[in-house]
Ligand binder design. Structure first.
Ligand SMILES: NC(=O)c1ccc[n+]([C@@H]2O[C@H](COP(=O)([O-])OP(=O)(O)OC[C@H]3O[C@@H](n4cnc5c(N)ncnc54)[C@H](OP(=O)(O)O)[C@@H]3O)[C@@H](O)[C@H]2O)c1
Length: 361
């Protein structure tokens, strides 16, 4: 098969022939039709992000594909099924705290790295081997535009955060990083889940205007100034009432003070979910005042990715039209242009702008 390989951090992706992967029991083989390229892929491949990825590797985080081989232990999947492949692979030998690898992308700890050495390669390839439990059948309609559906890889991440924060219909949620790639997705998903009101702070006026234009009165944009106290006051004013849930999705480049200003807008008994990359490349840690947390009975939790059931929930949100993918701009690249796709993604990371690699097209 043909694949794009990262031979070393900082080297360009090499597109060429590599051996076909072989799927064993407990695994399926997928013909990759479309995979969404994260805007920060260039930072991962250059080594800047210091991800625990071990080249040589075929990178790529999940995607849309068609089953070409199904293991003997599958009870419902069939060859030919169109599926979403979730990159979040959990070790099967620890129910409570399984090691996790994001196949073809990242991992957590030594156990995750060990798993990543086995399930090493991702979706920048014509074929991909995937654990059986990581593929999810899609509605027939998805076959018309797999590239558009590959945005599941973006939307399921903030969906995991909103589920972790127990978002209830009618609640007010603040998305920290709302103008970013995942943050804007969080805005759309929160509204699809029934959030009554979404508060969207950011510095990027054009992105704030885009969000306001798409979502109307249930969205309140807030222009950030960089002054922590002033920004907290402006955000609280825009909310016009208590904020039930704060979801932070800022990248490593953002200082923790921006996360803190957002977190501290939450109401008494409110919930704060941390999903961004803040602190991963150094900088001051997030210092939330102990008395504030205690006196206000605030819950703070982190969330990496999402539970398996979130995949099914997200497919349902899209299939029913609750989350509309139609307004998204999708730019497609064939496998031979994998390097161009990575550069394009880096330059087009704004709200609802997708760069998609289509190996099977
Ligand atoms: N937990 C998980 O499972 C998970 C999964 C994947 C990724 N992540 C993390 O999520 C992060 C966010 O991803 P993304 O692709 O959405 O990032 P992104 O598009 O680069 O996010 C940009 C956002 O951050 C804001 N921002 C950037 N620098 C800032 C600064 N100095 N001060 C204030 N705001 C700043 C931008 O706002 P303005 O430009 O409007 O100011 C914008 O809203 C990733 O970097 C990764 O670390 C987490």
């Amino acid at each position: 098969m043909r694949a794009a390989t990262l031979t070393a951090f900082g080297a360009p992706l090499e597109v060429g022939d590599v051996p076909d992967p072989e799927a064993g029991t407990g695994e399926v083989l997928v013909e990759v039709l479309a995979t969404c390229v994260p805007p920060y892929a260039a930072e991962v491949f250059s080594g800047e992000r210091r991800y625990p990825l071990e080249p040589p590797v075929v990178p790529g985080v999940g995607g849309i594909g068609r089953l070409v081989r199904v293991g003997p232990d599958a009870t419902k999947l069939e060859v030919g099924d169109l599926v979403w492949c979730d990159s979040t692979v959990r070790a099967r030998d620890d129910a409570l705290t399984p090691d996790i690898t994001l196949q073809g992308w990242s991992s957590r700890g030594e156990g995750g790295a060990r798993l990543a050495r086995y399930l090493h390669d991702g979706s920048f390839a014509e074929l991909m081997r995937v654990p059986t439990e990581n593929v999810y059948p899609l509605p027939a309609g998805a076959a018309a535009d797999p590239a558009r559906w590959s945005a599941l890889g973006v939307h399921t991440i903030p969906y995991g955060g909103l589920l972790a924060g127990r978002l209830a219909a009618g609640e007010t949620v603040l998305i920290s990083g709302a103008t970013g790639n995942l943050g804007s997705s969080a805005v759309a998903v929160a509204l699809a889940m029934g959030a009554g009101h979404v508060v969207a702070p950011g510095r990027n006026r054009a992105a704030l205007d885009l969000l306001a234009g798409r979502f109307g009165p249930r969205l309140s944009p807030v222009g950030l100034s960089g002054d922590e106290d002033a920004d907290r006051a402006a955000t609280a004013a825009a909310a016009g009432g208590p904020i039930d849930l704060v979801l932070d999705l800022l990248p490593p480049q953002a200082p923790s003070s921006v996360t803190r200003a957002a977190a501290m807008t939450v109401r008494e008994y409110g919930r704060v979910v941390l999903m961004g990359g803040v602190g991963m490349l150094g900088g001051a840690d997030l210092a939330l005042p102990y008395p504030w947390l205690m006196r206000n009975s605030v819950t703070v939790r982190g969330q990496w990715m999402y539970p398996r059931t979130a995949n099914a929930g997200m497919i349902r949100l899209v299939a029913t039209g609750a989350l509309d993918l139609a307004p998204e701009r999708v730019t497609r690249f064939g496998l031979d242009r994998a390097g161009d796709a990575v550069a394009h993604a880096a330059a087009h990371g704004g709200p609802f702008d997708r760069t998609v690699l289509t190996p099977g097209a």
